[in-house]
Design a protein around this ligand. Structure first.
Ligand code: ZN
Length: 464
């Protein structure tokens, strides 16, 4: 996110009077570092410096004036007009900020190069280090994020060396994100191609929102220069990242970004698992994406394509105390829903027993015998709680979720154990099982939904 450069303008203390510094800066009284030179050049510089400082005071004063008018006293048209003026000024000042940062970087890197050459060190490296140091310094000084600092530097570098782009930027035609996209495109082009791209993109920027403009930039780059487009894609690829972390309140936080074909693969897979809302359920787009990612992960684990760990395909693994299962079964058998048994999981931490009932409904179950200290001493063979033959029968009979009004297809469904939430032993049969979508399986397990049999077909209804 771009930060409005108004923050970079020294805030005036009170309203500055003519000839007085409003920002706690002493004007003209002492030479500004870097501006000291001799002879006529020094006179010119002194004049420019004085002019710049006068403009800075005037800018602060103008902002003061603007802020002095209470917002309540503006009519709707006045507010709209002022928003437009501020937006325009913000963009123009952003252009100035980027130029200032780029110029500072140029000077710092030139000096770093000189010093490195004088001492026989790698000057390229010294220049890179100087740039990084400046980014960090600016970020600290102005409370920018490091990416804000990098953006200002990149944009200043690229647009500053391109007159068409810089005039558009100066004129306030380029919003911050457009400026960054333009800079990222121009950096890959040279000579006539660069000029041509710059003209076309500046025109497009005025018409398009940032997303559309980004597409225009990428398309144009690919049309003008194939290898450059690959370079740009490689840079994006280097910026790929994802993190999966558990939060302190027991959720799993997943964030990430991908580019190119990888992005297409991820988006296609998530989209493929986005299921329609069951009847009576209104999910937000974020809920739907979150649910789709769960389905995607379940499918991946089912398919067994993930790398194996010591010959065992990864699957969600929970170890439950047998006594806890009996206890929970007892609670459910007497119409209760909430057992106080706690289950430890690998990632999500402690969970109430009712939350893992769904897992037990369709799982590989094996007995693990532990000694008094909880150390495993014997492991039994794993058996599926839902055999493949039963799944096929359920598929044929139920076709999809058995909840009334729900049209979730079988592919989206779990096997629900209808007589008891899950079976401890003995064969599960077609007369004790039914298909349920994730939502209705949850309703059945946790919220007391009832099964009624109609002509040997089960139907799931909300509690009466
Ligand atoms: Zn359903």
């Amino acid at each position: 996110m771009g930060r409005w450069p108004v923050q970079a303008v020294p805030a005036a203390v009170g309203t500055p009077r003519a000839g007085q510094a409003g920002a706690g800066r002493v004007l003209a009284a002492e030479p500004v570092a870097g501006y000291v030179a001799g002879g006529d050049v020094a006179d010119d510089l002194a004049q420019d410096t004085a002019a710049a400082q006068a403009a800075e005071v005037a800018l602060a004063a103008a902002v003061d004036q603007l802020l002095a008018v209470p917002v309540d006293e503006l009519d709707d048209a006045g507010i709209t007009a002022q928003l437009a003026v501020i937006e325009q000024a913000g963009r123009r000042l952003d252009a100035r900020r980027c130029r200032l940062v780029a110029s500072l970087a140029e000077r710092r890197t030139a000096r770093a190069r000189e010093r490195a050459r004088a001492t026989g060190q790698d000057d390229q490296r010294a220049a890179q280090r100087a740039r990084r140091d400046l980014q960090r310094e600016l970020a600290e000084e102005h409370q920018w994020s490091t990416s804000d600092a990098k953006r200002s530097l990149d944009v200043g570098d690229q647009l500053g060396t391109d007159s068409a782009a810089q005039s558009a930027f100066d004129a306030g035609v380029l919003p911050p994100r457009h400026a960054k996209l333009l800079a990222d495109t121009l950096r890959h082009l040279h000579g006539q191609q660069r000029e041509q791209a710059s003209r076309r993109l500046v025109a497009a920027a005025a018409q398009q929102d940032a997303h559309t403009f980004g597409r225009t930039c990428r398309r144009l780059l690919a049309e003008l220069d194939g290898p450059a487009a690959i370079d740009a894609e490689t840079r994006r690829h280097h910026r790929r990242r994802a993190s999966v972390a558990t939060t302190e309140d027991g959720m799993l936080a997943l964030t990430g970004q991908w580019s190119g074909v990888d992005a297409e693969v991820v988006a296609t897979a998530v989209d493929a698992f986005r299921s329609p809302d069951p009847a009576g359920v209104g999910r937000t787009p974020e809920h739907r994406t979150a649910d789709a990612i769960v389905e995607l992960a379940r499918a991946a684990l089912r398919a067994g394509e993930a790398a194996s760990v010591h010959g065992v395909r990864p699957h969600v693994n929970i170890t439950v105390d047998y006594a806890a299962i009996l206890d929970d079964a007892e609670v459910v058998a007497h119409g209760g829903q909430a057992s106080t048994q706690v289950v430890e999981t690998t990632w999500a931490g402690p969970l109430p027993f009712a939350e893992v009932r769904r897992l037990l409904a369709d799982a590989g179950v094996s007995r693990l015998l532990v000694d008094a200290d909880g150390v495993p001493v014997e492991a039994g063979a794993q058996v599926r709680s839902v055999p493949a033959g039963l799944w096929r029968s359920l598929h044929a009979r139920d076709r999809g979720c058995i909840a009334e009004g729900c049209d979730a297809p079988a592919a989206w469904c779990d096997v629900m154990h209808l007589d008891r939430p899950y079976r401890l032993e003995g064969p599960l049969t077609i007369d004790t099982a039914g298909l349920g979508c994730r939502h209705h399986h949850r309703c059945f397990d946790l919220y007391g939904w009832q099964v009624v049999w109609d002509d040997r077909r089960p139907r799931l209804r909300p509690p009466t």
